[in-house]
Design a protein around this ligand. Structure first.
Ligand code: FAD
Length: 376
């Protein structure tokens, strides 16, 4: 007879959201197992490529701002626990045409939530941060609290912290199936079988393999990142260049100061609009991938237009309205559809998922994130 290990909670997928959730569950005193099919960390999912933007001036929707304040607090708590700096404050720029979502949504969030901010035209932005060269008609919001979080290091820190609290994490073990059993769940992997009183699914781009009803609601999309060695590196160093979102006619670009890889980092939301299967995405880099990102650099950051230092593919998982899915389905806690803007929230999402798994509810208003919003 096979001996089945018993846990208070099992978390499937130990990437950004899963690592934070394993830690938060362990912090509540539960016996936790996290199962990850690849390495910890790895570069096949959504959380690799050194860093992710964090910002309070949230153009996507003002109701994210309270969650963001909590996310900042929890990132700082993790840093204190691990003795490692994970969150770097650089300031953030959200720019575009005056009526663009990036600019007007960011102003709206700042005004509604009383966030100190400056509105700058293209010339004023260039005087203050000369790495930026926007079109004369564009406007920008500068918010001083923006910055970036080190994504792979954050996952490592969460797993370290969870280990210290007694959690068990298995990497290189793929979950094949999960089934309700008795008052809990049985999880079958390519190595064994486990029983958990609670189950949390945080499988990123692979979520619909574990919960097929999410197939139309959490759709993976191929993305590409590029790091270019600036011709004038002093304009793009940490301290001189705030992270940015730039909604331009050629696409919605985002950029980072030089950090970790010797180059200015740029990406374009919904890169080439390539919906993919997470297991069958093209991870090669092609000329067209580089061309669209170079175009953004040449137009808006011309002093960064030096040799390529690195390029990487990565996966978004988009929900239809690009808001997250945080909910419970038949007793299973799920997190999905982070739509290219989730990482900054890992620290608070971990807390929310632990609330949902342990208490069945949370003090946070999850109306924006409920699965039922897609019921027609
Ligand atoms: C190019 C790019 C840029 C981005 N920029 C930003 C940004 O600036 N700011 C921001 O806030 N967000 C950003 N995002 C979004 C953010 O990175 C994601 O929302 C976040 O990483 C999602 O985390 P996750 O835990 O859902 O996914 P992941 O970190 O991919 O974790 C899912 C994990 O589940 C594991 N798994 C899946 N199936 C199984 C299974 N059957 N068994 C075991 N394990 C399994 C996977 O291996 C994986 O490790 C960006 C994303 C990309 C791709």
């Amino acid at each position: 007879m096979t001996l089945i290990s018993q846990y208070d909670a099992i978390v499937i997928g130990v990437g950004g959201m899963g690592s934070a959730t394993v830690y938060e569950l362990a912090r509540r005193g539960l016996r936790v197992l996290g199962i990850e099919r690849y390495d910890i960390p790895h570069d096949l999912g959504s959380s690799h490529g050194v860093n992710r933007i964090i910002r309070l001036a949230y153009w996507e929707h003002p109701s994210y701002v309270p969650l963001l304040r909590r996310a900042y607090e929890r990132w700082r708590e993790l840093e204190n626990r691990c003795g490692e700096r994970l969150l770097f404050v650089t300031g953030s720029i959200d720019a575009g045409a005056p009526d663009s979502r990036a600019f007007s949504g960011s102003v709206r969030s700042c005004e509604l939530h009383g966030l100190p901010h400056d509105v700058l035209d293209a010339a004023a932005l260039n005087r203050r941060f000369p790495g930026y060269r926007l079109a004369p008609s564009m406007m920008a919001v500068h918010q001083a609290d923006g910055g970036f979080v080190l994504s792979e290091r954050a996952i490592v820190s969460y797993v370290d912290a969870a280990h210290a609290l007694g959690a068990e994490v298995h990497a290189r073990e793929a979950v094949r199936e999960w089934t309700p059993s008795g008052s809990g769940f049985t999880v079958g992997t390519d190595r064994g079988e486990y029983r958990g009183a609670r189950l949390v699914l945080t499988a990123g781009p692979w979520m619909s393999q574990l919960l097929p009803q999410l197939k139309p609601l959490a759709r993976p999309e191929r993305q590409v990142l590029l790091w270019a060695q600036p011709r004038r590196p002093e304009l793009f160093r940490l301290g001189a260049f705030p992270v940015c979102n730039l909604q331009a006619p050629e696409g919605h670009f985002y950029g980072f100061p030089i950090f970790g890889i010797p180059g200015f980092k740029i990406g374009r939301y919904h890169h080439l609009h390539q919906q993919v299967e997470a297991d069958r995405t093209d991870r090669q880099i092609h000329d067209e991938d580089e061309a669209v990102l170079r175009d953004g650099i040449r137009r808006y950051f011309p002093d960064a237009d030096g040799p390529t230092m690195a390029m990487k593919t990565c996966l978004f998982t988009n929900s239809p309205d690009e808001h997250f899915i945080l909910d419970r389905v038949d007793g299973v806690t799920i997190a999905a559809g982070f739509s290219g803007h989730g990482f900054k929230f890992c620290s608070v999402v971990g807390e929310i998922l632990a609330d949902l798994a342990v208490d069945g509810g949370t003090r946070w208003n999850l109306d924006l994130f409920r699965l039922s919003r897609f019921d027609s």
